[in-house]
Design a protein around this ligand. Structure first.
Ligand code: I3P
Length: 109
């Protein structure tokens, strides 16, 4: 699965709140491949090599949990992703349908 997702980092690896200055929203082209969610700056091209930044932004979603971010009301169509290493991300999808589809696909891994 792939598509545009806008990411906000809410908690870091240790579960601690992401500090100010790193809490902004950032738009990515997201690609879920196996157990990895790749977040790329530009549109996905199958033959394009992943940059160092792409690898840094990639999220292991094995043992991660995606839910609707029902406690976040500033933006619509936002899901919450909790990873196995206690990071928490918010992702805004372009539509409700897309958000639900990402939640299902992530939790299927
Ligand atoms: C954050 C940025 C986010 C905002 C966040 C700010 O600043 O303005 O958009 O989240 O608020 O800290 P920075 O880019 O300097 O990290 P919202 O869009 O959800 O308001 P927060 O600290 O309340 O999460």
């Amino acid at each position: 699965k792939h598509g545009v997702l806008t990411r906000k980092s809410h908690a870091d690896m240790d579960g601690k709140r992401t500090p100010r200055g790193r809490r902004g929203w950032k738009k990515f082209y997201a690609v879920l491949k196996g157990t990895i969610l790749y977040l790329q700056k530009d549109e996905y091209k199958p033959d394009k090599e992943l940059s160092e930044m792409d690898l840094k932004n990639a999220i292991r979603i094995h043992h991660a949990l995606a839910t609707r971010a029902s406690d976040y009301s500033k933006k619509p169509n936002v899901l919450k992703l909790k990873t196995a290493d206690w990071r928490v991300f918010l992702f805004q999808a372009p539509s409700e349908e897309e958000m639900l589809s990402w939640i299902l696909r992530i939790n299927m891994v």
